[in-house]
Design a protein around this ligand. Structure first.
Ligand code: NAD
Ligand code: MLT
Length: 542
């Protein structure tokens, strides 16, 4: 039964869902870090977190069990995505559950800044009735600039428009037409927007492009008296520059919900007039926390029990039905990878996958990933799966290209894998008989029909009479039973190949006798999974 660990505080509704599901077990272990976290994660199949726990590369290193991490929330910056991908761990998030709450928080900060809500209340607490000092500004008729027009940016725009604000937006990934439908004037750059804005709010991830997006240089062109809000990620604004901007009067106010380092107890802005800060409360509403927890739990349970991958940030979405429908050919591709890796053990340089027939219409990237899993299976400490296979190939500089041919050949569908190694070039073609019987139908130029399971001896020889008998009597003398046999050749009397399925691995002496046969150039033992045995990542979970 899959075991789940909850690493941060999760809303009670999320925990109730976990408790009510008989298909999983779970533990709540919050506050873990470093070695303790690393050790804990080795005992679980899935993890649920918010932004508190830091899941670093060190913490994931060597983990052979964890299959998925679900972030109840949007930002996955507390999880090392690259390290998770490398370990074959799916990282998912709940992108929409806290959109409205965060947009409302940005609007709340804008209003509170404009009407001096926090300092006015503080002055009352201090026994003063100071109406003049706290004269504010109204939002209606003012211009709001929004950088990042995704879910939250758009929700903020809708609310600002309801407040009768003019909304300018910058987002390189939003079409002008869509922006216009939303009532947003799309601007070509942040710099072009700055001289016009009374308020600026950012709703992008923190990235190389957005780090320090607003700093000293930008404050030189911003409209004097502007108010800045950040409910996205700390680091998008340069806090030192904002403090200087407030001091010089260029900025009338700054409201922050997020900080470069969190928890944050020290900032050049804390205590300055015109500053309003909250401790990362954008998504902290009962509604948002319930939604992200429930959605996160459902995502994780669904993945662990059926294989469905939704809202993953490091792998394409994959539904259990697609996996199920493709499982026969995924198995063929995987076995071809295992075969090629053992046929020629010289370092692989490049692979070319060709899909012909009906299979060419399917998601062939999954099939290529499955081939890569087989190819790398015995080469690495890390267990390859369809999440990490492409990355692992890439890291080794092994190029994989795909080619699709719609027209059918002798089979409804075939997968042809070509592998270039430091020593040469091999190709093998496989197909599926029925739903789950992988077959090898071509090796090099030789056509044949061999079972792709169990222990195989593949031997290349001259096409002369007596070879099969000679090999059969060697194995007979060494008490190795031959379960199946296939031979293939391109033409009569040319080079040929034989594939024997054996019940046991032949001894070195038996193999030496095979190698000594004058017509056999090369013989190799290949070990494949037994018939019907699928790799762990392809096994049905329910
Ligand atoms: P989203 O993915 O829906 O939107 C992000 C948008 O930013 C996208 O439209 C993207 O095109 C745009 N973008 C990316 N790079 C850009 C750039 N260089 N310039 C301009 N636009 C760029 O994400 P979302 O759900 O709207 O969340 C936005 C941010 O808010 C995230 O960083 C998220 O972590 C943060 N967030 C904070 C809280 C909180 O509690 N304060 C809550 C939820 C989300
Ligand atoms: C998020 O990215 O979802 C928010 O920052 C909210 C949170 O961390 O809880």
């Amino acid at each position: 039964m899959p075991h789940v660990i909850v690493l941060d505080q999760l809303s009670p509704q999320g925990l109730e869902l976990l408790a009510a599901d008989p298909r999983i077990e779970f533990d709540v272990r919050t506050g873990l870090a470093g070695d303790e976290l690393r050790e804990a994660l080795t005992h679980y199949d899935g993890a649920l977190c918010r932004s508190g726990v830091k899941i670093t590369a060190d913490v994931l290193e060597g983990n052979q069990r964890l299959k998925a991490i679900v972030r109840a929330g949007v930002g996955t910056d507390n999880i090392d995505g690259q390290a998770a991908t490398r370990q074959g761990i799916v990282v998912m998030n709940t992108p929409a559950g806290n959109t409205v709450s965060t947009a409302e928080h940005a609007i709340a900060l804008m209003l509170a800044l404009s009407r001096n809500v926090a300092p006015a209340y503080q002055s009352l607490l201090e026994g003063r009735w100071d109406r003049k000092k706290f004269t504010g500004a109204q939002l209606a008729g003012k211009t709001l600039g929004i950088v990042g027009l995704g879910r939250i940016g758009q929700a903020v725009a809708a609310r600002a428009i309801a407040f009768q604000m003019r909304v300018l937006g910058y987002d390189p990934y939003l079409a002008r037409q869509r922006a216009a439908e939303l009532g947003i004037e799309l601007i070509d750059s942040v710099d072009a927007m700055l001289p016009e804005v009374d308020y600026l709010t950012v709703h992008t991830p923190l990235s190389e492009q957005t780090r320090g997006l607003i700093g000293k240089k930008e404050l030189e062109i911003i409209k004097p008296g502007a108010r800045l809000i950040n409910c996205a990620r700390g680091g998008i604004y340069d806090e030192e520059a904002l403090a200087a901007g407030l001091k010089s009067g260029v900025l009338a106010g700054v409201a922050l919900d997020v900080y470069p380092v969190e928890p944050c107890t020290k900032s050049p802005l804390f205590g300055m007039p015109g500053v309003l800060c909250t401790p990362h409360l954008g998504a902290s509403t009962d509604e948002a926390q319930t939604q992200v927890a429930v959605e996160g739990v459902n995502l994780l349970i669904d993945f662990l029990t059926t294989g469905n991958i939704r809202h993953a940030v490091n792998v394409s979405p994959l539904d259990a039905q697609t996996l199920e429908n493709l499982s026969g050919y995924l198995d063929v591709a995987y076995r071809l990878g295992l075969l090629m890796a053992q046929l020629d053990t010289a370092p692989a340089k490049a692979c070319r996958m060709q899909y012909r027939g009906d299979i060419a219409d399917k998601d062939t990237t999954l099939l290529s990933a499955s081939f890569a899993c087989g190819l790398l299976e015995h080469a690495l400490d890390i267990k390859p799966n369809i999440v990490n296979a492409s990355l692992l190939l890439n890291e080794r500089g092994i190029e994989l290209v795909e080619n699709k041919q719609k027209g059918k050949g002798p089979f409804a569908s075939v997968i042809r894998a070509e592998l270039q190694t430091a020593d040469g070039y091999n190709q093998a073609t496989g197909t599926l008989f029925g739903h789950n019987m992988p077959r090898l139908v071509q090796l090099g130029e030789n056509q044949l029909e061999a079972f792709l399971d169990g222990i195989l001896m593949v031997f290349f020889h001259r096409d002369i009479p007596g070879i099969i008998g000679a090999v059969g009597s060697i194995f007979g003398r060494h008490k190795i039973n031959i379960a199946q046999m296939a031979v293939g050749r391109a033409a009569r009397g040319a080079e040929a190949v034989g594939v024997l399925n054996l019940d046991d691995i032949p001894s070195e002496e038996a193999m030496a006798e095979v190698h000594n046969h004058p017509a056999i150039h090369h013989a190799v033992i290949i070990q494949l999974p037994a018939a019907g045995q699928l790799p762990a990542w392809l096994q049905r979970r329910t």
